[in-house]
Design a protein around this ligand. Structure first.
Ligand code: LHQ
Length: 264
């Protein structure tokens, strides 16, 4: 586990809350923050006492993408290889977010720009404060969308809106993002953390195995045809049907009581 302060890590009631913590720089990513975030996600993936992750940002912003102060071109020298940054820092984290079975709830507490916006969109359920904005800032500095954004935007919104957001870098207000289906919900600023925490707790105490299979199933639908997808539903339902949580869920229903899931 990283001892960095760039991400604060709090475990409570089966939820691991990861808070991006470089508020003076709007929580933009330096190398330290990259590794600290990845370490937190790996801990959540591997620890059976954790059932869900809550990702948020400290201060007035969620995340302003890559720390541009680290890459001052005025310093001279050869152009940096940004592909290496993506390959070694962003992409392993994004793959981990998509492949881990435990759900990741994102509470976008303020501006989310560049890779910061797209890290949010890689989470499983995204809530945002009504004052928050999403900015595909890349085109302002001559870059292309990364951190999965070209995929997420296109899948969530379709080509017309994805292209307009990426090419213009116009800020998108949280409520419009919710109306367009880019995120789950825009909530009053002062209710954001309570609502996101309650949701993460509910998921964390749910049937982890079934929730993980559901996450994988919905992700697979982006590329599968209908036939392949219903085959996958059959396979995953077979697996879910053998879980202790399924037996508990049905028993609790028949006994007219709340289920007590064990995540197995
Ligand atoms: C920042 C940043 C920042 C450093 C605010 N860095 N300090 C991947 C691979 C490799 C390389 C390149 O990039 C990528 C992916 C990317 O993410 S590219 C996109 C990078 N991000 C941006 O271009 C966004 C830059 N930031 C902004 O446009 C604004 O800060 C936004 C619109 C996010 C917020 O505006 P304001 O609310 O007006 O805040 P501010 O601009 O005053 O920022 C507050 C402070 O945070 C300020 O520092 P200061 O010392 O002057 O108070 C900024 O310099 C600092 N900051 N973003 N990315």
């Amino acid at each position: 586990m990283s001892d960095s302060t760039a991400v604060t890590v709090v475990e409570d009631q089966r939820v691991l809350t990861l808070t991006l913590n470089r508020p003076d720089k709007l929580n933009s990513f330096n190398e330290d923050m990259h590794y600290a975030l990845r370490a937190g996600l790996e801990r959540a993936r591997d620890d059976a006492n954790i059932g869900a992750v809550l990702l948020t940002g400290a201060g007035r912003g969620f995340c302003a993408g890559q720390d541009l102060g680290n890459r001052d071109p005025r310093a001279g020298g050869p152009a940096p290889d940004l592909g290496v940054t993506l390959e070694t820092l962003y992409n392993p984290t994004l793959r981990l977010m998509k492949s881990m079975e435990k759900p990741i709830v994102c509470a976008v507490n303020g501006v989310a720009a560049g890779a910061g916006a797209n890290i949010a969109l890689a989470c499983d359920i995204v809530l945002a404060a009504k004052s928050a904005k999403f900015i595909q800032a890349f085109s302002k500095i001559g870059l292309v969308p990364d951190a999965g954004g070209s995929w997420s935007l296109t899948h969530l919104l379709g080509e017309a809106r994805a292209k307009a957001l990426a090419l213009t870098a116009e800020p998108l207000a949280a409520e419009t993002a919710a109306d367009w289906g880019m995120i789950w919900k825009a909530v009053d600023d002062d209710k954001l953390m309570d609502e996101a925490t309650a949701l993460a707790r509910k998921l964390a105490n749910g049937p982890t195995l079934g929730l993980g299979l559901t996450k994988k199933l919905i992700q697979a639908a982006s590329t599968n045809g209908f036939d392949a997808q219903i085959d996958l539903e059959r396979d995953f339902q077979r697996e879910a049907g053998k879980s202790e949580d399924y037996a508990e869920g049905v028993t609790a229903f028949l006994e007219k009581r709340a289920p007590e899931f064990r995540g197995k």
